[in-house]
Design a protein around this ligand. Structure first.
Ligand code: HEC
Length: 212
């Protein structure tokens, strides 16, 4: 087929029109991405450009003209706040450890404690508390054996204090675990100790046959 003169002119016009559309599109989409020291041409700002203060800038809005505001009077950073009560710290006002767990020793408490213990303590102390969890199996790090007579003779508040604030190489868990959950964990650690140190005399008479 022979291309006539009029055909080729029509073709060129169409090509030019398409080129113009493509170029316009490119210009529109890409002009904000050129590396240049000039401010880009914003056709649509897409929230890229908003009113804001830079650090230490002067403010027209606040009476003291500071854009950087000070914290509200008396504010305490969350991670710095520790309520100064025996329940929160595990330590009585006279400096001794709280003797007994303030939570009711119920099935719910123990189940909650077991669940939290398995998440937060078992990686190091293992699920039974002997201290052979997966972390010490990969690192030179010896978590205490929670069945050690020294640990068994600790009062509840001392274990709670270790869980909350750590001791020597053991990290504290007060930011990860809530106050109530830490006491629930203490109750569960007591259950683990009780289980490991129990004798046949602790088993109800009618169940002793089964256990043997
Ligand atoms: C990241 C590992 C790790 C986790 C998780 C961990 N511990 Fe420990 N824990 C240790 C190490 C290590 C020691 C030994 C500290 C030492 O004597 O230097 C220890 C010691 C202890 C002791 C004995 C402290 C003493 O006086 O010797 C208790 C009690 C204890 N942990 C309870 C817990 C409980 C309860 C949890 C769960 C909330 C927990 N730990 C979570 C690593 C861990």
């Amino acid at each position: 087929m022979r291309i006539t003169r009029t055909d080729s002119i029509r073709f060129n016009r169409r090509a030019a029109l398409m080129l113009a559309v493509v170029a316009l599109g490119l210009l529109q989409s890409a002009c904000s991405n050129f590396t240049t020291r000039q401010p880009p041409v914003w056709v649509w700002t897409d929230m890229k450009k908003q009113d804001k203060y830079k650090a230490q800038a002067e403010s027209q809005f606040f009476a003291d003209a500071r854009a950087s505001r000070r914290p509200v009077e008396g504010a305490v950073a969350q991670e710095l706040y520790v309520a100064d009560t025996p329940r929160a710290t595990g330590v009585e006002d006279n400096g001794t450890y709280v003797a007994r767990n303030p939570l009711p020793l119920s099935k719910e408490t123990l189940l909650r404690g077991q669940q939290r213990y398995n998440i937060y303590c078992a990686p190091c102390h293992d699920r039974t508390g002997t201290g052979r969890g997966v972390v010490p199996s990969k690192a030179v790090w010896v978590p205490g054996n929670l069945h050690d007579p020294r640990m068994v003779s600790m009062v509840d508040g001392e274990i709670y204090h270790v869980v909350s604030f750590g001791r020597r190489s053991m990290p504290g868990y007060r930011f990860q675990v809530t106050e109530n959950d830490r006491w629930a964990i203490v109750a569960y650690v007591r259950a683990l100790q009780r289980a490991s140190l129990s004798t046949m005399a602790d088993v109800p008479a009618d169940m002793q046959e089964k256990v043997k």
